[in-house]
Design a protein around this ligand. Structure first.
Ligand code: HEC
Ligand code: HEC
Ligand code: HEC
Ligand code: HEC
Ligand code: HEC
Ligand code: HEC
Ligand code: HEC
Length: 352
């Protein structure tokens, strides 16, 4: 998480695509790029005019090595209609930088540091540097579970400040929040009405856009039982994908398994999953965290409601089914019938 934003003058390797190859979407040169944003799924480019940065009109799709246009159309993000339809009139300060830096200041347009620095999760640290002690710094590990997960939800969510505008600007991040405060005083999660498919949510309330782990997770029974984002992730980095504390196949079994009061309620894991040990279909994430939240046109990240999306939900609301996402040659009727044959599954729930 440490280096999303990079300055290509200091870090020439940061720019992934070859800008010398002509492409109609790429109307800019290396010299125009003041900042490079991202490297995992997509890379965006900012240019500097005065004290402000603006997003350039093309982004690089990392996995598919291709250019895509970059422009937020109106009727998508809540703020899209409130800005002129022109990237060069959409400064990144109010729209992006508050989540990609420490202490972005809307008035002076300056930061203490770029990227996700310690203070974003541990609160202001200058007193701690002068007198290092437990009570001069916030340790999210000692907060109650709601505030603990808010450490992550401040950035990993779609929402808006409770008032708009702020300092005359439409801002897409929790202005003024730090870890000594309560996030809900500075941020509202994007609303969703059950049954409606919106720009951000499927009809059942599962997100379908990226960067919505927070919106998803607060709906989970795990969240209400005191599990936090960092029960599974170590944001300081680990050797596993997505900074997990253990590989996905082991992560869930820290708290789940046959005989555990947390479920699954079956005599063995394979009896619960109906897939062979070692099969992809036996992994908890296969059915409880399907990749259905879009980050680039062809790339999806995992849902974090941990809910099993039933075939009935797929039929009714077009939410992709984990079963037919792997068994692409099969129909949703096949999935319904198969699940009805899994005798410990509630047929009432599978038809909901
Ligand atoms: C993205 C959020 C995030 C960032 C950034 C972050 N931390 Fe943490 N840090 C946490 C969380 C969450 C915990 C609690 C982990 C737990 O208890 O499982 C923690 C715990 C710690 C602890 C252990 C405290 C104890 O009492 O055991 C230390 C030390 C620490 N962080 C130092 C740092 C330093 C130094 C930086 C900057 C280089 C940093 N952290 C950046 C989220 C973060
Ligand atoms: C200040 C904003 C901010 C905060 C706070 C924050 N994140 Fe992130 N996080 C990011 C950004 C930006 C990225 C993208 C990093 C990249 O692409 O290099 C990211 C990436 C991640 C990833 C994906 C890493 C990967 O390799 O795919 C995980 C997992 C993650 N964050 C978990 C957490 C957790 C857990 C917390 C809370 C303890 C947290 N984050 C707090 C901004 C934040
Ligand atoms: C509310 C906080 C927030 C805001 C506002 C925000 N981001 Fe992010 N951004 C994140 C987090 C968290 C991640 C990592 C998780 C993800 O990609 O879903 C991320 C990831 C990214 C990535 C992908 C990184 C990679 O390696 O693939 C890019 C590029 C990016 N942001 C650019 C932007 C731009 C441009 C804007 C403004 C139009 C913006 N962000 C606004 C929080 C935010
Ligand atoms: C019960 C465990 C668990 C909890 C709680 C959890 N995650 Fe995850 N998270 C995972 C797993 C498993 C993955 C998938 C890793 C993989 O595919 O290799 C993941 C992936 C991610 C990713 C990378 C994107 C992707 O889907 O590949 C981000 C970012 C992330 N989680 C953020 C969060 C945040 C923020 C929270 C809290 C709001 C959270 N997670 C809570 C288990 C968890
Ligand atoms: C730190 C412990 C912990 C970890 C790790 C964990 N869980 Fe859980 N999980 C719980 C608890 C506690 C509950 C609530 C049990 C209850 O309802 O009594 C729960 C409930 C669930 C439920 C039922 C949810 C519902 O809404 O009914 C599912 C599904 C689930 N977990 C999946 C997973 C998956 C998948 C992983 C791994 C990615 C995972 N869990 C990792 C503790 C954990
Ligand atoms: C092949 C698909 C599939 C896989 C793989 C899978 N589950 Fe499930 N799981 C389900 C279905 C279907 C339900 C019932 C959902 C409902 O009733 O809404 C369920 C329900 C649950 C529940 C709540 C009910 C109960 O029995 O306690 C928990 C907890 C759970 N799963 C945990 C896990 C864990 C942990 C793993 C990995 C070891 C896992 N699941 C792997 C399909 C799967
Ligand atoms: C991540 C991918 C994945 C997911 C998700 C998944 N499966 Fe599978 N499934 C497999 C693989 C791989 C096999 C073959 C190995 C085995 O039998 O375990 C398989 C085998 C099967 C079989 C036996 C072989 C056959 O084709 O007759 C059935 C039945 C089945 N899956 C049903 C389901 C249902 C129903 C769901 C949703 C609840 C589901 N699967 C979810 C990957 C998946």
């Amino acid at each position: 998480m440490a280096n999303v934003v990079r300055d290509p003058a200091q870090d020439p390797e940061a720019i992934l695509p070859d800008l010398s190859k002509a492409n109609p979407l790429v109307t800019f040169t290396k010299q125009d790029i003041a900042f490079v944003y991202g490297s995992k799924w997509k890379q965006r480019y900012f240019t500097k005019v005065g004290d402000d940065y603006f997003p350039l009109p093309a982004q690089w799709d990392v996995a598919h090595s291709k250019w895509l246009p970059y422009f937020v159309k109106s009727g998508t993000d809540w703020w899209s209609g409130l800005y002129p339809a022109d990237n060069m009139k959409r400064p990144t300060g109010p729209l992006c930088d508050g989540c990609h830096s420490v202490n972005y200041n809307l008035r002076t347009r300056t930061v203490t540091e770029w990227n996700v620095g310690c203070e974003r999760c541990h609160g202001p640290g200058s007193v701690h540097v002068k007198s290092p002690a437990r009570d001069t710094i916030v340790n999210p590990g000692r907060l109650d579970p709601v505030r603990a997960s808010d450490t992550c939800i401040q950035c990993h969510s779609q929402g808006r400040p409770p008032r708009d505008p702020i300092e005359g600007q439409h801002v897409d991040w929790p202005v003024g929040f730090n870890m000594r405060n309560h996030l809900s005083d500075f941020w509202q999660l994007e609303e969703h009405r059950l049954g409606e498919t919106s720009f951000t949510h499927f009809a059942d309330g599962t997100a379908h856009k990226n960067r919505m782990q927070g919106n998803d997770f607060v709906q989970s029974a795990m969240y209400t039982h005191g599990v936090t984002c960092f029960s599974c992730h170590d944001p300081h980095g680990t050797s596993y994908d997505a900074d997990l504390l253990r590989p996905p196949s082991e992560m869930c079994l820290q708290c789940h398994g046959p005989g555990s009061p947390n479920g699954p309620h079956a005599a063995s894991i394979t009896e619960h999953t109906h897939h062979k040990a070692g099969s992809e279909g036996n992994e908890c994430v296969a059915c409880h965290m399907p990749r259905i939240e879009q980050t680039t046109p062809d790339d999806f990240v995992r849902s974090h409601t941990f809910r099993f999306i039933t075939p009935a939900m797929t039929e009714r609301s077009k939410i992709p089914s984990p079963c037919t996402s792997c068994h692409t040659e099969k129909t949703i009727t096949w999935a319904t019938q198969t699940l009805e044959g899994w005798s410990e599954r509630s047929p009432w729930r599978m038809r909901e």
